[in-house]
Ligand binder design. Structure first.
Ligand SMILES: *Cc1c(COP(=O)(O)O)cnc(C)c1O
Length: 419
């Protein structure tokens, strides 16, 4: 494979193989693991694995009531939409789901998209064009950055969760061009939450628009699972567009944008990622209505999830003794950052990437699955294990996780090794 580099083979395979080889050299080569069964208890390569890395926060993806509703929806409306929404692919199930999603998020109207990636592209490319500006929180999801680039808009970033910095940048920008401020509700790698009230106030002062991607907040945060906005008690009309996904807490697939009548009408008319694609499966739309019933009728799922978050943080706080540090998060996304004493070799870049991998491997050895997140996904020196908790986990699952973590920390840390 390396020979492609040397021989400068300019065939398609030669060029791609050289790129793949560079990816391997930089230790960024990714591989998929094939699982069977229903999470968080999978089988993987013939082994039982308990996963702490899925976004199925309410444990609905494997709920038999959703499977039943999906089959029912397929019998009533078909498995596929068959056409785009504007041709003849917009069915009764889609219409009802849009109404329920608007209700859940507190907006006048909502519009379905096939994925969160597409929804973000659909909103940003409709609101912004060449020369306009998107001002992003530094830790926003990749799909928001891609959407900005594909829209041809200019991109600037403000300091993570710093509405003051956002306001200062707006003061110099907004007068000159149309500006959209964009932020995740709950941040996917850190698990912390944007202050929507402060962001909205800055946008109001500087006449900018605000868009929130609440992929990780919807169904999880807020009294009724209405998301970050509901949890913070912010009036819906202070946020021009809220994106939510169906593939995380709601346990199905797809996404939506919620906003004013005018915003949704404009998306229907102008949003190319909405117009030129086949509608979401009507069977999935039907099944998602059952998810929304469960989100409404079983608040105990959110309560259980909160109790798991508290217990996890209580149980593993003591790992700081081994230079492993919980980030400050009270959402189901719980990162554990590997401190500088884990540096294996003095010259190692960032310092702790290998250690994060070694810890994840030790957990895997014990049948526990979490992701080791390293640069460039997170800043140098902040490599981490990222745990996501789900209402499908039990307190016993957490006890097991914590005991394996302490055991691995003792065996692998410099402290443990020198003792
Ligand atoms: C998962 C995610 C998306 C993408 O949603 P999909 O429906 O999986 O395409 C967008 N934004 C954020 C913040 C996400 O976490």
């Amino acid at each position: 494979m390396e020979t492609a580099l040397e021989t400068r083979d300019d065939s398609l395979d030669g060029i791609l193989m050289a790129r793949l080889a560079r990816q391997r050299q930089h230790q960024r080569y990714r591989q998929r693991a094939t699982t069977t069964g229903i999470g968080p208890r999978f089988q993987r390569a013939g082994r039982e694995m308990l996963a702490f890395c899925s976004n199925d926060y309410l444990g609905l993806a494997g709920d038999p009531r959703l499977a039943e509703a999906l089959a029912d929806g397929a019998r009533r409306f078909g498995t596929g939409g068959g056409a785009s929404h504007l041709v003849c692919g917009h069915g009764e199930a889609h219409e009802r789901l849009e109404q329920r999603l608007a209700q859940l998020t507190g907006y006048p109207r909502a519009l379905l998209f096939s994925s969160g990636y597409q929804a973000n592209l659909g909103v940003i490319s409709t609101l912004l064009g060449r020369g306009d500006m998107a001002l992003h929180d530094r830790l926003n999801h990749a799909s928001l950055l891609d959407a900005t680039r594909l829209a041809g808009a200019r991109l600037e970033r403000f300091t993570h969760r710093d509405a003051g910095d956002c306001g200062q940048r707006l003061a110099t920008l907004a007068a000159r061009r149309r500006t959209l401020v964009v932020s995740d509700g709950v941040f996917s790698m850190d698990g912390d939450v944007a202050d929507l009230g402060q962001l909205a106030a800055q946008c109001e002062r500087h006449r900018a628009w605000l868009m929130i991607d609440d992929a990780h907040g919807l169904g999880v945060l807020g009294e009724e699972g209405g998301g970050t906005r509901q949890a913070q008690g912010i009036a819906p009309d202070r946020i021009a567009a809220t994106v939510g996904t169906l593939g995380k807490a709601l346990g199905t697939q797809g996404a939506f944008v919620a906003g004013s009548e005018t915003l949704i009408e404009a998306l229907i008319q102008f949003s190319r990622p909405y117009i030129y694609t086949t509608s979401l499966s009507p069977a999935l739309a039907w099944a998602t209505l059952t998810s929304l019933d469960i989100v409404r009728d079983e608040p105990e799922r959110r309560a259980h999830l909160s109790s798991l978050v508290r217990r996890f943080r209580h149980e593993v706080a003591g790992l700081s003794e081994f230079d492993l540090h919980l980030m400050s998060s009270d959402t189901p996304i719980q990162p554990l950052v590997v401190g500088p004493s884990w540096r294996r070799a003095p010259g190692e870049r960032g310092g702790n990437e290998a250690a994060a991998l070694a810890l994840a491997a030790a957990l895997q050895e014990a049948g526990l699955w979490c992701s080791a997140i390293r640069p460039p996904t997170v800043p140098e020196g902040t490599s981490r294990l990222r745990f996501t908790l789900s209402a499908a986990h039990t307190h016993d699952d957490l006890d097991r996780l914590s005991s394996v973590l302490f055991d691995a920390a003792r065996r692998l840390s410099s402290k443990g090794r020198s003792a």
